[in-house]
Design a protein around this ligand. Sequence first.
Ligand code: GLU
Length: 429
Amino acid sequence: MTVVRFAPSPTGFLHLGSARTAIVNWLYARHTGGKFLLRVEDTDQVRSDAKFLEEILEDLKWMGLDWDGEPIYQSKRFDVYKEKAESLLAEGKAYKEGDAILYKVEKGRAIEIDDEIHGKIVFNTDEIKDQVMMKSDGSPAYNFCCVVDDVELGITHTIRGDDHISNTPKQILFYEALGEKPPKFAHMPLMMGADGAKLSKRHGAVSIEEYKKDGFLPEAMANYLMLLGWSPGEGKEVISLEEAVKIFELKNMSDVQARFDDQKLRWFNAEYIKTQTTEDLYPLIKKHLDDGGITAEEDKIKELIELYKVRIKTTKDFVDLTRSFFTEEYPIDEKGLRKYIEKEGNKENLKIFAKELEKVEDFTPENIETVCRKIMEEKELKAAQIIHPTRMAISGRTDGAGLFEMMQVLGKEKVLERMKKTAVLCPPE
Ligand code: GLU
């Protein structure tokens, strides 16, 4: 049976790269009907923080990942590592240096791994120093405790980022020393930013936490991350974890570095937002509105979600796009003002439209549109002369939902008030 593990160090938030590692391990375990274990690598007692661990576990769950059994904590296993190190010491394979225990590396040997993603990689032990197993402060060194645990957990495949390739020969030495068979290794090429450099804070948001706050849906994050290095084939892109589980193969993973493209992620997010029900989106969007200090009735928010969910790329986008529906304190797009309101004749068109709208009793999109089309026909106007100026006048923006739907939601009174105000307020033509 396949047994894999995700081994986060709780010294920070869940990074995009680690999230992808978790997803790939999870997909492989579920595809093969195996186990997906969690190991908390909290040997660094100073930098590890329970708060980070909590967030990491929550983020994994948020993305739809589950794990088998209880997580194991390295911080609770120092005795186990010590005992193993001491037995290697007793066997003469290691030596002490002060309180530290080091493993003696035999020089002049080739260590070969047949990586599931990269194929054959050969290392020479001449380049490997004697390896610390237990540090002088009594804590274990990463490569050693990683192997002790992977053996104990019966890990069959170690799937992790390329940044660990250089650790692998050292770990193989420990497997040998402990008389154990190493697992299969699969190293995933690192994720790069759009500029080709290793993805880092410099590229903007790099933690799942930040994306969550910025209005990204878990389905979109999981979907986009799994495609960084793997493809379901046939040009398919939008794929759920459940579907991916059926067809995921480790050997189909790419051995070239994947580029993290924020725009592409936004595209995925928009695709998932569109398919959500208004009910499901409501609590997420309500939260962004609350954070933005905007209060409104549930019905009105839902009406606007209906209109805008096909237009937003993140749930947070909703706030700026719809601010003018909730408050009089909304920004005015200066460029739009010059382009559509300060153009000769457009303010006059606004006045005429507003005057005709006064007569509309049932303020429905259909009725509003009939009035608008009639004016356009009579005066031979283009959209840029009446529709766009009206949108500017009522929302301060040049984008948004369908104008007539926007007008209905805003309500006749506000629409007329803003149209008239815009028509007189702007500098004379
Ligand atoms: N704690 C290590 C990391 O977060 C895990 C490495 C491994 O999977 O062996 O990179």
